[in-house]
Design a protein around this ligand. Structure first.
Ligand code: TYM
Length: 335
């Protein structure tokens, strides 16, 4: 490996992968698996905060696993695994929770937002989501964590918990990880509804999935929110229009983007044309995924093999870390 840094990241199995997941996270996973020791997992413990039905838990995780592979993650290059195959993560989570404080957990923006959206389900798992995430990361001693912008605060918390452990036990044990995007700002891919980010649960029509049918992609893009058009040359763009340009930038060629920028700036733009082009380029981009997803879906034996391989390696590392952690905390075998 060219680089000594250990890379780790995960995705919750709460729906299919969308363009936000791809351009915010998976795209960097693909680059980093070529140069780093990498751990990419499916955060199925994390998905329990919303109480999935037992009959769906495994199927959801399997689907993300398929989509990881379809996107190009290579089990020969990166360690791919299911979080729940590493129960040591739950043990480290327990230890970290002893030094995680109510005040700091309650202040996390994602917690506040989820508590506001689902006031009847403000469970302790939701509150301590950042300590579980910290456990995922530091149990593998990872230092670079490729994630989208929405995970920045969680990474700050991970840094806090890693430092706190080191300080409390006067050790230099856990490295302090950073949210990583090759030195650039973390990515935030907008949705199609004119507001914030693309998300799995942001409402119908907001997200485009990697395995989505062509017809449905076109329909969603053509219905995307825009505005009534620029009235002065070089006018600042409204948020919904900015969002369309952001999406265009990630899937279309630079000269296509420039063409529509110029049209916008001289007030001759027709949003219908921009959307048609955007839909075209998204369809071309997602097409190969759909095909590979289909292929992989019927290959259970391969999936099982890959999952076991990843679990074995990730678990062996985690077990080593936890033997040392227990020792540091003071659990010494005296019998
Ligand atoms: P999750 O499942 O919500 O999202 C997975 C990854 O996709 C990124 N992402 C986006 N990036 C840019 N624009 C968007 N619209 C967008 N939507 C999603 C996320 O930033 C993330 O990188 N807590 C994590 C899962 C997790 C994890 C970890 C990640 C659990 N333990 C340890 C890294 C390290 C989550 O819910 O991601």
């Amino acid at each position: 490996m060219e680089n000594k840094d250990i890379v780790l990241s995960g995705i919750r199995p709460t729906g299919n992968l969308h363009l936000g997941n791809y351009f915010g996270a998976v795209k960097n996973f693909l680059k980093m698996q070529e140069t780093h020791e990498c751990y990419f997992f499916i955060a199925d413990y994390h998905s329990l905060t919303t109480h999935p039905h037992p009959a769906n838990l495994q199927g959801n995780a399997r689907q993300i696993f398929i989509e990881y592979l379809a996107a190009g993650l290579d089990p020969e290059k990166a360690t791919l695994y299911l979080q729940s195959d590493i129960p040591e993560i739950a043990e480290l989570y327990l230890f970290l929770n002893m030094n995680a404080y109510l005040g700091e957990l309650e202040r996390v923006p994602t917690f506040k937002e989820k508590a506001r959206k689902s006031p009847d389900n403000v469970n302790a798992g939701l509150l301590t989501y950042p300590t579980l995430m910290a456990a995922d990361i530091i149990i593998q001693k990872a230092t670079k964590v490729p994630v989208g912008k929405d995970q920045e605060q969680h990474l700050e918390m991970t840094r806090t918990y890693a430092r706190r452990f080191n300080t409390m036990y006067e050790v230099d044990f856990f490295p302090i990880p950073t949210a990583y995007n090759f030195g650039n700002e973390l990515v935030k891919i907008p949705g199609l509804d004119g507001s914030g980010k693309m998300g799995k649960s942001e409402g119908e029509g907001n997200a485009i999935f990697l395995n989505e049918e062509e017809k449905s992609i076109r329909k969603k893009v053509m219905r995307a929110v825009s505005d009534s058009g620029p009235t002065e040359p070089n006018q600042e763009k409204s948020l919904p229009v900015q969002n369309l340009f952001t999406l265009l930038k990630v899937v279309s060629k630079p000269d296509v983007v420039q063409y529509f920028e110029d049209q916008y700036n001289n007030c001759s733009i027709r949003y219908g044309d921009l959307k048609k082009q955007l839909a075209e380029d998204i369809v071309a981009f997602t097409k190969p995924f759909g095909e590979r997803i289909k292929e992989l879906s019927s290959n259970d034996e391969y999936l099982r093999k890959v999952m076991n391989l990843g679990a074995e390696k990730a678990r062996a590392n985690a077990q080593k870390t936890m033997r040392e952690v227990r020792e540091i905390i003071g659990f010494r075998k005296i019998y």
